[in-house]
Ligand binder design. Sequence first.
Ligand code: FAD
Length: 437
Amino acid sequence: MATKLLITFAICRLIVTVGLTLDPTELLRLAVEGQLSLDPSDLETASLDFGMMGRAKPLAVLHPASAEDIVRLVRAAYGSALGFSVSARGHGHSINGQAQTTKGVVIEMSGSSKGRGTQGGYGSKPALMLPRVSETKRYVDVWGGELWIDVLRSTMEHGLAPKSWTDYLYLSVGGTLSNAGISGQAFNHGPQIANVHELDVVTGKGELFTCSENQNSELFHAVLGGLGQFGIITRARIALEPAPQREIEALLKKLDFIPTSVFTTDLPYVDFLDRVHKAELKLRSKGLWDVPHPWLNLFIPKSKISDFDKGVFKGILGNKTSGPILIYPMNKEKWDQRSSVVTPDEEVFYLVAFLRSALDSGDETQSLDYLTNQNRQILRFCDDAGINAKQYLPHYTTQEEWLDHFGDKWAQFYQRKMEFDPRRILAAGQRIFNPTP
Ligand code: FAD
């Protein structure tokens, strides 16, 4: 009881003082079990992301010790007279500052920079929830900031694994579920957001809810693919399957193909899923990882893919491209339309991902300006040619563009925002809504 009173007092005090001045040191009065930090190295880490194209320094950084810490912080922000924003940061692997905020606090969901291990993971995570596997019900409960590589490692101990993946596993569960989470399995199992049973979410009012298809379902669907706008995911229950064994022969038997065209790379399942990390380590060793990444990810409807090919691959890009370009087919029926994510309105669509790095090599075609300009040309071409593309991991700067992006879904998206985050506190770095004073 005494602790509760102390916390309430601390929050009230914060409301008054922050409301008047928004002095970052006042944030330190908030009673949390974890750590509220003004340490310059924490602020620096939180001000950057993988895109390396913009920097936005927060007022403070919270290293939470529990979901309750997140409740306390968001409640304080919701109740403050002036208002300050709160952005969950998973692993900071966004491109355009989506997990950043200048007028508020960043919550480091995946651990502190000081605890970063040599593999790019986090050695000293706070004592948050460890993954809990149910073998009989085939699911795992994980903390929202857990990295997918750690989810995989813990489920493999039980011979189980999540069904749907991203190509790269050093991303947080909350970060990918706020977008969709796609890779080569999505055409079959759907995106990661279609393979979640249940979530714990702290809304923009500082309320902690468990939600699922059957419980607080509006919040559940809103948060999945919701770009962090409706709540902070503190726990996710993820569907598992028996970890696939080598099945290649069985799959090949069903196909008609020229036998000499078969080539095989035989890898354990974990190594296959973790393949991009190997490339990361190589690029890091050459100083080619921490460079600007003007990435562009588009969903292109099947009916327009050949127009896109002519206009972009054979037109704008010509025969000079750099960096990986991924193309994956997707089946719309595997995407739950009740979620917040937006896809083209066609049964089959393709992810086309331009994953390019800007280099200071003297070659103008590898420069940030050149690549950014080419991205603009691609987007303009899509508009002019009526491709009806949708950006995946969308980035826009005006509300008109967001309205256009969401199309028919905008009214629902806006209504959900008003219900779950009426003061527009959360994930301001997405630049969809301005925080209201
Ligand atoms: P962050 O960048 O930290 O955050 C992203 C957004 O989610 C922010 O708005 C943030 O506020 C919000 N957020 C973060 N945590 C939470 C939470 N717990 N609750 C609510 N909101 C939260 N994507 C794919 O789908 N497939 C891929 O194969 C793929 N490969 C990638 C490879 C690399 C090398 C990189 C850099 C990115 C890749 N991505 C891929 C994109 C990636 O899924 C997104 O950028 C994702 O948001 C990154 O996760 P993160 O944990 O770093 O999120």
